[in-house]
Design a protein around this ligand. Structure first.
Ligand code: CO
Length: 134
């Protein structure tokens, strides 16, 4: 069911220094920071030939990544995002498999303007998974 790896998201308390590491040390092409108040994060995209890295920093007082950064103060891999052809069919398949979908379980519009759902890490080898309709 899952298709391409769309991105790996890395959470950090300091997105400017994370971007500098990716740009200066690793030699990657990085975007300008984009504030996403609807998602409680600021994002910088790192372009790779075959995928993307998203550097994410909390924005506002109630960021969904604040708790992760309390547990991982140095930052770390927050989630991986796989593409699916049909988000509703994917959601229904995950429900039938007994997986826990975070939030209401209804797809919402993600950081790329496409419908997404998130799958709880407890069912997926300890990794938070985002499914995004391609
Ligand atoms: Co994501």
């Amino acid at each position: 069911m899952i298709g391409r790896l769309n991105h790996v998201a890395i959470a950090t308390k300091d997105i400017a220094s994370a971007a500098k590491i990716y740009h200066d040390t690793l030699g990657a092409k990085v975007s300008e920071p984009v504030a996403q108040p609807d998602h409680g994060i600021t994002t910088i995209f790192v372009d790779l030939p075959n995928s993307k890295i998203e550097l994410i920093e909390p924005l506002g007082t109630d960021s969904p990544i604040a708790n992760f950064l309390r547990k991982n103060p140095a930052g770390g891999v927050h989630h991986v995002c796989y593409e699916v052809d049909d988000i509703i069919a994917a959601r229904d398949r995950m429900r039938a498999a007994g997986a826990t979908i975070t939030g209401t379980g209804e797809p919402r519009i993600g950081a790329h303007g496409k419908p997404v759902i998130f799958l709880h890490p407890k069912d997926f080898v300890g990794t938070l998974i985002e499914l995004e309709q391609a």
